[in-house]
Design a protein around this ligand. Sequence first.
Ligand code: MV4
Length: 489
Amino acid sequence: MKKILIANRGEIALRVMKTAHRMGIRTVAIFSDADRNSPHVRYADEAFHVGPSPSSESYLVMDKIIQIAKQTKSDGIHPGYGFLSENSAFAKAVEKAGIKFIGPRTHAIEVMGSKLAAKDAVKSYNIPMVPGTDSAITDPHEAKKIAAEIGYPILIKASAGGGGKGMRVVEKAKDLESQMERAVSEAVSSFGDGSVFIEKYVASPRHIEIQVLADSHGNVVHLFERECSVQRRHQKVVEEAPSSVLTPELRNAMGQSAVDVAKACDYEGAGTVEFLLDENFNYYFLEMNTRLQVEHPVTEMITGIDLVEEQINIARGEKLKFKQEDLSIEGHALELRVYAEDPMDNFLPSIGTLETYRSPKGAGIRVDDGFEEGMEIPIFYDPMISKLITYGANRNEAISKMISAIRAYKIEGIKTTLDFGLFTCQNEHFVSGNFDTHFVKKFFKPDQIREDNLKLEQKAAKIALSIYLKNKKKLVKIHDEAGNWNQRK
Ligand code: MV4
């Protein structure tokens, strides 16, 4: 593989290109109207306009992207995350064009794209799953019978779902029929597939996911876990590795289950297996994401492995160079997603221009971004500006480093989730590790940020005043000594 096209934009396009260049691989960028002046366009060896700003007319147009890949004689396409990364039709079309799709084969994407198919694929492997139905359910009477067996509260989920869409919690039998109708219609309108199933509702879970790597020779390893419980409406905001609650035994068991999930779908490449962990430390397999994830850097920090390099080597047909026993965790990493959103105003998108943009630098600080000062955040795509990643010898060090990095990060012109990150890193429940997926809902109050900012402003005012008074005294002294009031040393 000598040249790859990156079918993506922003920070992840840059991230992939950096590794490609380090490996001596040439890169081809694609860009929409809105991204004409983006860093990913300049950083690539070649760049091609793919269409107007809306993703449906640019980053999602398979034929156009494949045509550019052919025209530039690219021998691989890296899809990044989002867009076409989990689209099996795209993976198929890429391979049909004689180009390597840097990701799993279509079979794995298809199986894991359906939660029911995924459950079915792993059922012979003894992987813990939440009690529930293993096939689509359409009859409300049958649903009631099953729900009574499982016990309320239950959760109705869309088989084609993701990111919480089409999910409905049902507390009592009398609400089941109406909630089921809603879940089905939401699933039809969002995914064009109304299949839903029922699970026992795990009320206060932690979200733990395991990174896996699988080569084309049947070798599969896991790269430990990431904890992503600090999320808001299914949008992750702070992630970390390792989790503060896993014991070595539980880590091994979950890691082995993740490897089994990968084997069950004949996985190839980098993938992530999602689990819920309940209060009693029981874990349950939820789904597998068949792409490189946004939060992959925290895993890279604690393992020292470049996941994009591994993806490319696997796509080249190489064998993994390490075995499970060669892998270990060193230190602790945190990631804060810096979104163009206002945490003080219900995380509403904050659009505008990056009037000031200066990212923090230093040992143990990594910033993955794709914007520069003076650029506008386009309204057409995900509002993530950057990812701030910090690394320390232990969790407390990573947290203090995050606090100082957030303070050193200067962004003006747009409201961001930087303040939210500061709130999280200073919150006692987060610091003690005692939190679950309800963290934001339970503990985040916008007034807290307001109060913190006010305290900081008062402190700054006090310091300014004391400096002023000190200087004034000096001035008076100079005046006394020299007899000239207008001069300072
Ligand atoms: C659950 C659950 C509780 N019980 N399943 C949300 C998105 C999808 N990946 C699965 N999700 C959940 N499934 C059962 N049986 C709670 C969630 C859930 C959640 C999971 C991970 C991270 C954040 C979450 C926020 C709300 C609900």
